[in-house]
Write a protein that binds this ligand. Sequence first.
Ligand code: ADP
Ligand code: MG
Length: 682
Amino acid sequence: MTALRGVGEALAGRLRKLGIATVQDLLFLLPLRYEDRTRILPIGSLQPGARAVVEGEIQLTEVTYRGRRQLLCRIADRTGWLTLRFFHFSTAQQHALARGTRIRCFGEIRRGPTGLEIVHPEYRRVAADAPGTVEDALTPVYPLTEGLQQGRLRQLTAMALRELPQVREWLPAAVLDRLNLPTLHAALEYVHRPPPDASLELLAAGRHPAQRRLAFEELLAHQLSLRQLRAEVRRDPGWPLQPLRPLAQQMLAALPFELTGAQRRVWQEIAHDLAQDHPMMRLVQGDVGSGKTVVAALAALRAVEAGFQAAVMAPTELLAEQHARNFAEWLTPLDVELVLLSGKRTGAARSRALAALASGAAQVAVGTHALFQGGVEFRRLGLAIIDEQHRFGVHQRLLLREKGLASGRYPHQLIMTATPIPRTLAMTAYADLDVSVIDELPPGRTPIQTVALPEQRRDEVVLRIRDACRQGRQAYWVCPLIEESDQLNAQAAEETAQALAQALAELRVGLVHGRMPPREKEAVMARFKAGAIDLLVATTVIEVGVDVPNASLMVIENAERMGLAQLHQLRGRVGRGSAQSTCVLLYRSPLGQIARERLAVMRATNDGFEISRRDLELRGPGELLGTRQTGLMQMRVADLVRDADLLPQVHEAAELMLAENAANIAPLLRRWIGQDERFAKV
Ligand code: ADP
Ligand code: MG
């Protein structure tokens, strides 16, 4: 593919920084969105929030000092007037915007102090008899424009589009025949320059066939890249972990319960991987309460008994602390030394822990992501366990691998998740991993009963809490998430805790929220676990992992605002013992359609896989809640959730290419993820 022609050295340099070196790279720099500049709108028809082209005659231009120096320019057409507001302007600009001049401008229409306005519009002078059309295609807006104007990018892509015939088709004909989508050339032409009659709505939702054609190719490229990565990683040297002492055995013997069949099977799969001289990359999926922690502890002990260290990374401080407690209970009797490293544990305690890890005196480290940040050194890390990291994607897995590289060998990785995703999604997002599923709950669990009640019946719920606690059980009350503000959430939780403590004077009420110092949080959790607190009021910090089997009542306030995955995680905090557990979803009316369906799903099933399937159905296309938000995979056009229906064909195509078109794989990857360092093996 040709290098960029007619591009100066300075511009070429800037483009290179964006990873753009060839005409093809430009063509695959896809627009983020589109603007309709194909029509000039009458000023009188403008709505705030719209981005529009308008044209008018300047009636007045003046510099004012309202708060700060600014240039105001009023333009009018036959239907109305509009203010243009500039905070940065030159004297020349001010003079050019003289009364009587005709200008055409583009920008976002906003409601200003005196009427509609555009702040810093794009504009140019036009002759009074200039043609009424502006652009003959929708205007693409490109991403990543540091040091590069949109206008320049549009020129560049226009130039690149003229060389479109050179862009090669790498998909096998057998795949294309079945795909029933536009050709690559037609798709690229369309997304860079959609015709004026193109549906902005369809494009914005990413559902246009041209976009789907590209999404298919992108998904395929990612799939192939992960499959290749998987093959490469399996050739890398690792540490074969052979038990020299029977620690895992001893832990098993000391457990107060038997492993479930599923736990035993998964532990065997892990133990088998760990014995190989290539690094394990295994994901364990298991619904909430399926008992993943025990399996993780066994794996950690396998590393220890083979003479290595293990690191356990939890998503929150709270969970790291709980893991440290649980692990200590199992490991300390075996004389295995464990340290807790959390981001907020500083000073002498931290220094001691670091020294113990560096010398090898401590064999297991538990902590948050701080575990793998600078300053933490292991003497001989054999296994990294990652628990419940929803945002732990390929990039993080690779980084972690590199961090653990020692003496030319890579540590094993075990990733645990309670966020089940349907099989086709898992096969895509985790194509570089082996997957184990703990598909069985420990015996003796009574299914959780879930009820949804309107906010007006709060008093009844409070009475239920009293009853449950009188019977020696414990309860959670989860406060609503107000917005992305720790402080407001903490405040709301405090108020709720006070009100509940008043209403339930005979109960011991505790409180945890994200803004409490870790030591305090830890103390409250320990007291709750020990039964010294009856009712724990909490923010969603307890969403993942918290394990107190005696708690059997969960109240979730404003449940209508939460997603299914989150509700399922929260509900999973109860039903961990043998007592009948109840989850009360308090909601505020009126319920929207989706919220109503979500609550119905929660009442109907306790099965995490079923819930995630329904979750995907309920998220309509275009709703950006999917993997994009969970950070599983970042892509340019494709969206794992929105385009999930393409995945079976993507997987088939990947098989076919690996078997019959292997030579096309490298150029395809180069096209889609070539300069993307996420996948570059360092
Ligand atoms: P999760 O998979 O959600 O992380 P945990 O590991 O926290 O689940 O386990 C949930 C609870 O079940 C814990 O109290 C744990 O001790 C208990 N548990 C785990 N495995 C078994 C088992 N085989 N039999 C009985 N209880 C078990
Ligand atoms: Mg867990």
